[in-house]
Design a protein around this ligand. Structure first.
Ligand code: 13P
Ligand code: SF4
Length: 327
């Protein structure tokens, strides 16, 4: 998916030369102060971006932070649907994404017109959409969820109402098993979480039999069956802190290992490679953001997230419902 560049040029300033690498973190902090900008980063960002951010979190925590900030500018170090969510919640603020090409295979797997046809086929269903979707899909949904609150939210829905769940069928299957509700699933998946090698996981378990296996629910069922603990990125991080285990095999994007190692430096963490030992366990979209692009977007006040007001208002209702229903 290619996202349109912002047409809003009023707030842009002339581009300045990028500071040398060693000075970038300090220069980013100074520029963020000057712009009254808050830097929000997802756990899948590069270590250097996490280190310079004001706040690091999972999708739910970042949405909550975006809803409560009093900064004038939100710089979203994550992917496009996350920055869009921040804009939906903050129409008067400037929301920047360091690289506009930072998309998501799940959002791409669910085009708005195809989702409209899916809804039309199931007119009496309640549509629960994972936050990893476009604003245009959110605008057609009844409720948004994240990997952190999906089970709890689905359990709160009336027992006699049939439910559509999209766009991640792996998360949907897990939510179905945890909630006891039958869900009609949209057939999408995360290209990163379906790439983990089962053979490599089994080998790691053989080498480290004492290690706990932590998995994100976007993983496929056969890998979730081998996990000791399943949860959102924040929940995996808390589990690593609270568990008695001294070592962990982590089935999610390896960006999360940075915070795990910072929080519990005495524990050991192993990432699982993609099939054939490839490095496709790193999200290619998340990793498009760099310190240089972060500095540049603050300098130029672009690329900025822009959205039609009609779509924003329709997408806001199911997000606000999620925030109200989340405990
Ligand atoms: P979280 O809900 O854990 O932040 O996950 C977001 C995501 O994109 C996982 O691939
Ligand atoms: Fe999307 Fe997967 Fe990347 Fe998360 S890890 S942003 S779900 S492609």
């Amino acid at each position: 998916m290619v996202f349109a560049a912002s047409q809003s040029t009023a707030s842009r300033s002339a581009a300045h030369p990028i500071p040398p690498p060693g000075e970038l973190p300090g220069a980013i902090r100074a520029l963020a102060r000057e712009r009254n900008a808050v830097i929000l980063a997802h756990y899948y960002q590069d270590d250097a971006i996490q280190d310079v951010a004001d706040f690091i979190g999972d999708s739910l925590e970042l949405a909550r932070k975006a809803a409560s900030t009093d900064a004038d500018v939100i710089v979203f170090c994550g992917v496009h649907f996350m920055a869009e969510t921040a804009k939906i919640l903050n129409p008067t603020k400037t929301v920047l994404l360091p690289d506009l090409a930072a998309g998501c295979s799940l959002a791409d797997a669910c085009p708005a017109d195809a989702f409209a046809a899916f809804r039309a086929e199931h007119p009496e269903h309640f549509a629960v959409s994972y936050i990893n979707c476009s604003a245009a899909v959110k605008a057609q949904s009844d409720l948004i969820c994240t990997s952190s609150n999906a089970v709890d939210l689905v359990k709160q829905l009336p027992a006699d109402r049939p439910i559509l769940f999209g766009p991640d069928e792996n998360l949907g299957r897990w939510v179905q098993a945890q909630s006891g509700r039958t869900l009609t699933l949209w057939p999408g998946s995360c290209q990163v979480h379906v790439a983990f090698s089962e053979q490599a996981l089994l080998q790691l378990k053989l080498e480290h039999p004492e290690a706990e296996v932590l998995a994100h629910p976007e993983c496929q069922q056969h890998l979730l069956d081998l996990a000791d603990f399943i949860g959102s990125t924040s929940k995996l991080l808390h589990r690593a802190e609270e568990s008695d285990a001294a070592s962990f095999i982590v089935l999610t994007e390896p960006g999360i290992l940075h915070q795990m190692r910072l929080k519990v430096p005495h524990k050991q963490f192993f990432e699982v490679p993609g099939a054939d030992g490839c490095s496709c366990n790193a999200c290619p979209y998340m990793r498009l953001n760099t310190l240089e692009k972060l500095w540049q977007c603050l300098d130029r006040m672009a690329p900025e997230i822009v959205m039609e007001e009609e779509v924003r208002l329709k997408a806001l209702a199911p997000i606000e419902r999620m925030l109200a229903m989340s405990r």
